[in-house]
Structure formats: structure tokens, C-alpha cells
Design a protein around this ligand. Sequence first.
Ligand SMILES: *[C@@H]1O[C@H](CO)[C@@H](O)[C@H](O)[C@H]1NC(C)=O
Ligand SMILES: *[C@@H]1O[C@H](CO)[C@@H](O)[C@H](O)[C@H]1NC(C)=O
Ligand SMILES: *[C@@H]1O[C@H](CO)[C@@H](O)[C@H](O)[C@H]1NC(C)=O
Ligand SMILES: *[C@@H]1O[C@H](CO)[C@@H](O)[C@H](O)[C@H]1NC(C)=O
Ligand SMILES: *[C@@H]1O[C@H](CO)[C@@H](O)[C@H](O)[C@H]1NC(C)=O
Ligand SMILES: *[C@@H]1O[C@H](CO)[C@@H](O)[C@H](O)[C@H]1NC(C)=O
Ligand SMILES: *[C@@H]1O[C@H](CO)[C@@H](O)[C@H](O)[C@H]1NC(C)=O
Ligand SMILES: *[C@@H]1O[C@H](CO)[C@@H](O)[C@H](O)[C@H]1NC(C)=O
Ligand SMILES: *[C@@H]1O[C@H](CO)[C@@H](O)[C@H](O)[C@H]1NC(C)=O
Length: 454
Amino acid sequence: MIGIRLLLLVTAHLAQAASPTWVSLNVSVPPMLIDGDDAFNYVDMFVGTPPQLLSLPIDMQSDLISVYSNDCPFCPGTTLYDSRQSSSAKDPNKSLNGTAQLNGKWISDSIGFGGVVQAEDISIAMINTLSTNLKGVRTINGGFGFQDGLPRNNSIRKLIPELYATGQLLNPVVGMRLDPLNPKLTIGALDPNDYDGEINWVQLEPNNAGDNLYNQFKVDGIVGRNGTMVPYGDNLLGGINSLFLGIAVPDNFTWSLEEDFTGPFYNHSLSIDASSGRLSVGCSDNAIVWGPGVHVPTPYVDFTVQINGVKYMMDSQEIVRSVNASLAPKGFCSLVVRTSTVKGKPDFWFGLPFLRSIYIAYRLPTGECPGYYGFAFPKGANRTQEQISQKPRSTPAQMSQCLNLAAPTSTPTLAPPPAPEGSSVLYSVYGQEGLQVPLKGVEFLKKGVWNVTA
Ligand SMILES: *[C@@H]1O[C@H](CO)[C@@H](O)[C@H](O)[C@H]1NC(C)=O
Ligand SMILES: *[C@@H]1O[C@H](CO)[C@@H](O)[C@H](O)[C@H]1NC(C)=O
Ligand SMILES: *[C@@H]1O[C@H](CO)[C@@H](O)[C@H](O)[C@H]1NC(C)=O
Ligand SMILES: *[C@@H]1O[C@H](CO)[C@@H](O)[C@H](O)[C@H]1NC(C)=O
Ligand SMILES: *[C@@H]1O[C@H](CO)[C@@H](O)[C@H](O)[C@H]1NC(C)=O
Ligand SMILES: *[C@@H]1O[C@H](CO)[C@@H](O)[C@H](O)[C@H]1NC(C)=O
Ligand SMILES: *[C@@H]1O[C@H](CO)[C@@H](O)[C@H](O)[C@H]1NC(C)=O
Ligand SMILES: *[C@@H]1O[C@H](CO)[C@@H](O)[C@H](O)[C@H]1NC(C)=O
Ligand SMILES: *[C@@H]1O[C@H](CO)[C@@H](O)[C@H](O)[C@H]1NC(C)=O
């Protein structure tokens, strides 16, 4: 009897290990970035047993998954996590040791994607205190961090390393494009349908506690419209922040004051707001500003990042905001390239305008292999054959050991998300015009009695 049980366990394990696979996930991205608004890119995952659908914003500066507990009073979200409804949730009663503004506890549970891959006992930072006064970005629903090799004192079980260690993934790699045309996140393989050109692999710099951004990489510089490098110096490093709506450079004037670099602005109309330093350029007709009947065309602005000899153009509409998305004077649209306010490295903070213009792969560090980012062009984007056929200047030393990735053959089909629990009646949300959400347990709420005479 025991022998049979063991045999069954072994075959079950082998069956899992014998078929490493990958997943291709839809990402929900904002159609356009708007000045003064946060913007998040959501990936759906199933957490717990039975599965709860959580839609978590990608956070490329984190290595952990954080969720908002369903009893968290000020956590903004549409999908909250209820550990009490999950038979696989484990609660070691360990505090996150956070702050009065942000706190919660460590919990662990199973996490999977569409029934194709699933890992057990993944560490989850479950937030149950989130103050409206929190400094910094208050994300919606929590966060999906999938970086690895970041310094931390406590050991946590991370989702993608665990999926790979249990033989479920073809490769320890993530592929991502966050452009509105066809946003995707793949885990376990890179999808040739997502990118064009050769993947330009660059090894990541070592991460140290206290770094301004993790997973920094060498950048040649910013190439101007006239083909000359914007003079930001040598030994430049870049970092990626998927919660940042702009691009930060050592000094924006070095680029923005030279139309040889930016391309021509209508009537040389670069404007700088004296108090905020906000940059904007003429972009739309306005009788008072430009005179009646004067047509001001939509500007085309150049911002090209060169990495390991390859030039990646940012789409102009990501560098100059659309007129209705700009907190700029009438007739003007804002430029999103700003001066970094943080001392030290990296020199460039690449936020969403960068991530919406490129394809990026992340090879997680494992064993002898360090971490790498790989860059390419999003398939279907406005790129010329000349751009796509650029070749990296060099290939990493351990290319054959670490970057010889298994290609996917077919695309696994994901199971549909579980039916949402609770009321099917939708309610509108204060301050979020057009948003309609289900309200779990609304039937148990006492109806308010307004004693207007008191
Ligand atoms: C992903 O998006 C595509 C296109 O919108 C859609 O056809 C497909 O059903 C989506 N897949 C999932 C798993 O939601
Ligand atoms: C959880 O930990 C707190 C403080 O560390 C303690 O007061 C409490 O009794 C613990 N709860 C359980 C259920 O063990
Ligand atoms: C939180 O702080 C307590 C008390 O200082 C400590 O015992 C515990 O190990 C800390 N937990 C974590 C997860 O750091
Ligand atoms: C680890 O703990 C040490 C000592 O408490 C602290 O100085 C350091 O910042 C911590 N590192 C991280 C990554 O939290
Ligand atoms: C490009 O423009 C910059 C700034 O005006 C100038 O210094 C540089 O010489 C120009 N390069 C070429 C090739 O014209
Ligand atoms: C652009 O650079 C100028 C000059 O250094 C500075 O005064 C201004 O605040 C900067 N603007 C932004 C948005 O960073
Ligand atoms: C363009 O700039 C010139 C000089 O700065 C100014 O005289 C002219 O009125 C401007 N044209 C428009 C349409 O604003
Ligand atoms: C901006 O908003 C105005 C007024 O709602 C509209 O007429 C115009 O078409 C919008 N422009 C763009 C570029 O979306
Ligand atoms: C495509 O990119 C070229 C520059 O390479 C630019 O001139 C053109 O306006 C872009 N087209 C669109 C639709 O953005």
C-alpha cells in the first residue's frame, strides 16, 4: 500500500517535471498616460483555494507579491484578498513590521496563472493598513513584483523562482511589452509574436541595499535627432520604474533646449513653468495663444535611448502628452522628460514612456547565472526595418550558459477566471467616473438613517 502511494507520488512529480511550459498573459494598460494621474499595468492571477482572481499592478522595483486584505479600510482596489476563504492560506502570524501608514502581515498561499502553472506556499505581503496619507504611490489592488536578486534580510518564497524550481517553466525568464497596441507578459519563455529584432542582452549591475533603483544596467546614452549623443557623460546607468509616468535624466535642459536633439518645436515654443519647472511645447490650436486661424500641428519629439550599441526610439506620443492629458498652459502639451531629483545612480529613470516603447525580457538570476535584461522592438510598433535590424555591440560573456533559452512550441490555453464572488449588482465609485464595481457583502450592510432634524 505504502509502495503504491509512493509510486503514485513519484509519477505525479515526474509528470509535472517532464512538461515544463510557459504562459502568455494579457496585461491591462492605460490607453494613454495623463499628467497628475497614476497609471498601473495589471496582470491577473489566481490566489488560494478555491482560486480568488487578483489583478495586480506590475512593479519592476519589487521582488514580492503584495495584496490588499479584504478587511483593509483604506486600501484602494477592485480585487481584494480574503485569506479566510482560502483553504491553502497559511498565516504564521508574522508582521510585515511596516509603518503606521503601511502595514500588514506575511501570509503564504498558492498562486497560479489560468490553471497552467501553479506554485504553493508563495510569500505574500498582505496589507491591512494603508493610510490615505502614505507618501509615494498608492497602488490599486497591491503589487506584482517579479524581480529577483534584490537585497533583503528575510527569506521569502518567490513565485517565478518557485515555478522554475519545480520544473514548471521552460526558462527562468519573463517577457513584457506594455504598449497599448498589444500589451503582454510571458512567464517561462519569450514569445516571438511579441517582439522584432535580436534580443539585446545586458547583464544587470549588482544590487545593494539602499540603491535608488534595483537592476540597473549600462546605457550608452540618449541620441539626439541629429544623431549626436546628448552630452550626459560616460559610464551611465539606467533603471526601470514601472510606477513612474516619465523619464528622468541628469538635466532636462541638456536635451530640451536643443532642437537639434528634440526635433523642431512649433515656432520654437518650448515653455518652462517658473514654479514647477514643467516643460511644454505648442501642440494645439488656440486663438488667444497662437492667433485666430493658426494651425499648430501635433509635435513630433525625438527621444532615443541607446543600449549596447542599439538605438531604441521612444514613441513621440509617450514623450509629449496629448493635449487633453496635459497639465500645461492652453495650446501647449507637456514633455515628460524631467531632471532627476534623486542623487546618485542611476542616471536615467525609465518609467512607462520607455516601457510602452520597447520590448523587454528579464532573465532571472539562477545558480551561476546573473540577472539580465534583454531589449527588442515591440512587434507591430512604428519601427523601420533599419531600426529592427540593428545588432548589439557585444554579447554577454555567459551567453551560451545563461541565455540559450528554450523556445515555446505552442501557446498553452489559460482557464477563464473564476466567477466573482458576492453581489452581481454593480456600484459606481466616488471620484472614478464610469467605474462600476461589485460590492461584496453589500446585502449585510445596515441601511443608513439620516436624522436631518438632529
Ligand atoms: C487576452 O486578450 C485577447 C484580446 O483582447 C482576448 O481575445 C483573450 O481572450 C484574452 N485572454 C484572456 C485569458 O483573458
Ligand atoms: C500573533 O502575534 C501577536 C504578537 O506577536 C500575539 O499577540 C498574538 O497572540 C498572536 N496570535 C496568534 C493567533 O497566535
Ligand atoms: C518584526 O519585529 C519583531 C520585533 O522586533 C521581530 O521579532 C520579528 O522577527 C520581525 N519580523 C519580521 C518579519 O521582520
Ligand atoms: C538588513 O538589516 C540591516 C540591520 O538591521 C539593515 O541595516 C539593512 O538595511 C537591512 N537590509 C534590508 C535590505 O532590509
Ligand atoms: C547636434 O546638435 C548638437 C547640439 O546643438 C551639436 O553640439 C552637435 O554638434 C550636432 N551634431 C551634428 C552632427 O550636427
Ligand atoms: C528642467 O531643467 C531646468 C534647468 O535645470 C529646471 O529648472 C527644471 O525644473 C527642470 N524641469 C523638470 C520638469 O525637471
Ligand atoms: C512666433 O514667434 C515670434 C517670435 O518669438 C512671434 O513674434 C510670433 O508672434 C510667433 N507666432 C505665433 C503664431 O505665435
Ligand atoms: C480634447 O478634448 C476636446 C474637448 O473635449 C475635444 O474636442 C478634442 O477632440 C480632444 N482632443 C484630442 C486630441 O483628443
Ligand atoms: C513613426 O516614426 C517616424 C520616425 O521613425 C515618425 O516620423 C512618424 O511620425 C511615426 N508615425 C507615427 C504614426 O507615430
